[in-house]
Structure formats: C-alpha cells, structure tokens
Design a binder for this molecule. Structure first.
Ligand code: MCA
Ligand code: AMP
Length: 487
C-alpha cells in the first residue's frame, strides 16, 4: 500500500492474494491499490470527502482513495437519518460523497453534494461513470499532508456530534504501538465485522491490517456464526466489542471454533468479567482488553504476551503517558482502590474538533493532558481498570457512544413531545441500553423509538420510551436524571 503512506508496511500478503475480504468478496493488494488510485484521481484538491461506510469492499476502496489523495475522509453511518446526515455533511462541507454503486445514499435536500459511485468489477474497482472532475469547494479540515487523514463524528454530552480530526501521524503511531502490544505480524489473519465508520472497525480493523500487512477478513456483521467461519478460514486475531463477545459466549459451538486463535481483543466498552470467564472456558482464552476514545485512539492495552486479567485494560501503549487525578487536579494513589479521572497524552491525540476551538480547548488541562472523562483506578503494577464515566450523559450501547443530548433533541423534534430526558440503563447484552422519559401528547413510546431511528441512526434509537406526567426537577428547574428509574 505504498500509495497511502500511512499504510505503507511490508507484508506477507502479496499483490495477488486476497488481502482484504469484506462480506465474502475479496481483493488483492494490487487491485486494491489500483482501485484506490483511480478513486484518488477524482478527489485531488478537495477539502474533504464523505464516504457512505457500508460494510463493503467499496467502502475500503473509497477510504483508501481519499487517503491516497490526501483528502480528509469523513465516513458516514449508512443508516444515518436526515438530522444526523445533514449535520455531518454541512459541518465537514465535503463536496463529494463516495458510495458503492447502486447504494443510492440519501442526500439531504439543498446539500450541494456530488455522489460518485464506486464500482468493483472482475478487473478491479473503479469510480463508476465519467463526468467532470469532482467540483465544489467546501470548507472542511483542509486537504494535503498537513490536514487530517480522517474526520470521525462522535457524540458529546450535549449538541450534535463533533468531527474529530485525526492525522496520519497519530494513526500510524497508534497502529505501531498496538502491533507491538499484540504481537501483531503479517502472519496474522485478522477477523472482525465491526462498523467501518468508527475507530475500532476502520482504523484498527482495516488500516491496522493494511499497515501491518496481514490478511483481513471482515465478516460483514459481527455474528457468532461469522466469527466461527472466520476461524475456519485461518483467522488468528479477532476484534470485538463486548456485545459481540457476549453473544459469542452464548453460543458454545461458535465460541469453541476460536480455540485455534492466537489472540482475541475486546474494546470500546468494558468487558463483563463473566463473559471473559466463559470465553476462557469455551474458546480456551479470554480476550485481552484495550481502552481508548475517538479523540485519543487506543491508549491503554493488556499485552498479548502478558497476563490476562478480567476487568483490567492494561497499561499505556508505546509513546503514551497516563495519569489519574482527583477533582482538584491532584494525583491519586495507584493502590487499586482509589479512583480518579484518567488523563492521557502522547502522539496519538486528535488534532482537535473540526471548527470548534473552544470545545477542543475544553478537553485539555492547562498542562496539556487530554481529559478522557472516564473514571479509572490503577494498581501498583501499573494496570488500569475503568470504573465509569464522570458524565451520565454519554451512553455506551453495544460499543457505540451516544450522547443523551442528541437523542433528547431528536425526541423534542417530534411535535407531540414537550419534554425529554434520556439515560443509559444497565443491560446484560448491550452494556447500557438507551431509555427515554418524555412528557408527550398523542404519541406512543414505540412510535417515538422509531422516530429517533428515522432521524438519527438505528443504534441511537431508545430501546424504550416511557411517557411520564412530569420529569423530576430540582428547585432550579434542572432535570434530575438520577431520580429516573435506572432499569
Ligand atoms: C435496535 N433494533 C431495534 C432497536 N434497536 N429494534 C427495536 N427497537 C429498538 N430500540 C433492531 C436493530 O435494527 C436490529 O435489526 C436488531 O434490532 C438487533 O439490534 P441490536 O441488538 O442492536 O444488534 P445488532 O444490530 O446485531 O448490533 C449489535 C452490534 C452492533 C453488532 C454489536 O451494535 C455493533 O456493531 N456495535 C459496534 C459499535 C462499534 O464499533 N463501536 C466502536 C466505536 P436488524 O437485525 O433488522 O438490523 S470506536 C470506540 O469506541 C473506541 C475508539 C474504541 O475503544 O474502540
Ligand atoms: P468512542 O469515542 O466511541 O471512541 O468511545 C470512547 C469511550 O469508550 C471511552 O471514553 C470509554 O468510556 C469507552 N471505552 C473504550 N474502551 C473501553 C474499555 N476497554 N473499557 C471501558 N470503557 C471503554
């Protein structure tokens, strides 16, 4: 992948072998490069390019094309509804959307956006159709070697999602640190089926495989049966979010198929200890855990060669420093008991939130550490464990980060809703399930769940919306979420 400097590694996969398989279709490195080059030729000079990030080979080609052209790539969840889609496309001002030929992505009315289909034929993959070069200006993050390589949209506690700008240097530093931590080599065959619009599935799961130079089998969806099939095809390294591992642990035959794997890795949310233990029994090993955020990439990890400790996420990867501080900013003791806010710094940090210098400044301390908002403890060996978040308004559901404020705004956009409060409640399968409480007239809870799925993405849909006479409020009128039923 010399075409894309951040992915230029030496690999065992030669040009002719199936380097990348997605949902049953494969391309060798040579075809992948040629296809990415053809896409790149259509993008040169753009300020940003959006990619309809379905789980497909076309998405891989489109992302690589953007990277090869030096144009910041903005992956979109393919099920993103109009509210989310319009916000992201306006915010990044990408003049072009790449999508698999035949996908017919929704383009918000009034958005000056050229849709360029990406088609894969027997002779490789090419942007379909001729047409004039991709025109349009746009005020995105800035093309070229100094601009971000990727802009990933992620939710905050309030307001619409923010675009996290990630440089090629940050991505390269993180992938190299993870390769070292996990003993990840060209001999591995990586298997996963995670979404291609977030760090886990796209950066680790696709760019990681290409940078290391190992074969990738993306299963389309991360089901237990698909992971078992990946193992049958020689999978050695498996990635999953806890929901994926928990569903695999519930299917003993599928879990047993992974007995020959070298390493299972869990992340994006805390892995429940019982799931770790069940997999240790069924698959012969529990997953190692690693921790990160979109803004920092992966900063802490257990090591492939080290202990496997259920409930602990390991220690800083190469180049990263971590610390725990109390509310006054003072260091807390590494005694396995005391907890504090986890702060990190190093070469994998984001370049900031697109167009939001104030929000960017707010996540850093005055001495330059990034405040993760996660509450953690550490023991004397330097291992960390994540115990929760400072804000209840960031929900982690099936590994997706969802801001309560974004879902509340979507609920309030329904004409029947007068007031709304959204929380995450503990859930065995999802970690947290999104639940909404509303004061509403003439609309049912299930109708409101569907409404949110229609305007945002499916994974932001509340599992349940309950109608209440009033929301609990304090004397100042502020909603007291702690008084809502947490079940
Ligand atoms: C969902 N469904 C619903 C509702 N919600 N139906 C009715 N009411 C609802 N409220 C539907 C879905 O559309 C789906 O339908 C079916 O129910 C099952 O949904 P679900 O249980 O959500 O399962 P799933 O669709 O199979 O998805 C589970 C999943 C997925 C595969 C684990 O959530 C996933 O891919 N999560 C990964 C997220 C991730 O990659 N995060 C990384 C962020 P149908 O079957 O018809 O479609 S990056 C990050 O966190 C950092 C950097 C890090 O550390 O990695
Ligand atoms: P995102 O921005 O989607 O990348 O979500 C980042 C958040 O996921 C972090 O701030 C943590 O709250 C959570 N997270 C990621 N990995 C882990 C882990 N191994 N254990 C617990 N929480 C995690």
């Amino acid at each position: 992948m010399t075409l894309v400097p951040v992915l230029a590694g030496g690999g065992a996969v030669d040009d002719q072998q199936a380097a990348v398989t997605v949902a049953g279709r494969s391309l060798g490195l040579g075809d992948l490069s040629a296809a990415a080059g053809a896409v790149a030729a259509r993008l040169t000079g753009l300020s940003a390019v959006a990619v309809e990030a379905s789980p497909s080979l076309e998405t891989v080609v489109a992302v690589l094309g953007g990277l090869a052209a030096g144009v910041p790539v903005v992956p979109l969840a393919p099920d993103a509804g109009p509210l989310e889609r319009t916000h992201i496309l306006r915010d990044c001002a990408a003049p072009v959307l790449l999508a698999a030929a035949g996908a017919a992505p929704a383009v918000p009315p009034g958005t000056p956006l050229e849709v360029i289909p990406v088609r894969i034929s027997d002779r490789g993959a090419w942007p379909a159709g001729g047409g004039a070069g991709a025109g349009g200006g746009g005020g995105g993050g800035g093309a070229g070697p100094d601009g971000p390589a990727l802009i990933l949209y992620t939710s905050g506690t309030t307001g619409p999602p923010k675009g996290v700008m990630l440089s090629a240097a940050a991505i390269a530093a993180d992938l190299d640190a993870l390769a070292e931590a996990w003993g990840w080599t060209p001999e591995d065959v990586l298997v996963h089926g995670l979404p291609l619009f977030h760090v886990h599935g796209l950066i680790l799961g696709v760019m990681g495989a290409l940078r290391v130079g190992c074969r990738l089998i993306h299963t389309g969806r991360p089901t237990p049966a698909a992971y078992a099939a990946g193992a049958d095809e020689g999978g050695s390294l498996f990635f999953g979010v806890p929901t994926v591992w928990s569903r695999l642990a519930a299917e003993p035959d599928a879990a047993a198929s992974l007995r020959g794997a070298r390493l299972l890795v869990s992340g994006s949310a805390g892995l429940p200890v019982p799931v770790f233990e069940r997999l240790a029994t069924l698959a012969g090993q529990g997953p190692i855990e690693r921790y990160g955020m979109t803004e920092t990439l992966i900063t802490l990890s257990a090591r492939a060669a080290g202990d496997r400790r259920a409930g602990w996420v390991g220690w800083p990867v190469a180049g990263i420093e971590a610390r725990l501080v109390d509310e006054g900013g003072q260091p807390v003791a590494a005694d396995a008991e005391t907890v504090g806010e986890l702060q990190v710094r190093g070469p994998t940090m984001m370049d900031g939130y697109l167009g939001q210098p104030d929000a960017t400044a707010a996540v850093y301390t005055s001495d330059g550490w990034l405040r993760t908002g996660d509450v953690a403890g550490a023991d004397r060996d330097g291992w960390y464990r994540i115990v929760g978040r400072q804000s209840t308004d960031l929900i982690k559901t099936a590994g997706y980060r969802v801001g309560a404020g974004e879902v509340e705004a979507a609920l309030l956009a329904h004409p029947g809703v007068l007031e709304a409060a959204v929380i995450g409640v503990p859930d065995d399968d999802l970690g947290q399930a999104i639940v909404g409480y509303v004061v509403a007239d003439g609309v049912s809870g299930p109708e409101l769940c569907e409404f949110v799925a229609g305007v945002l993405s499916v994974h932001k849909r509340p599992r349940r919306v309950e109608l209440v006479a009033a929301l609990p409020r304090n004397a100042m009128g502020k909603v007291q979420k702690a008084r809502l039923p947490n079940e």
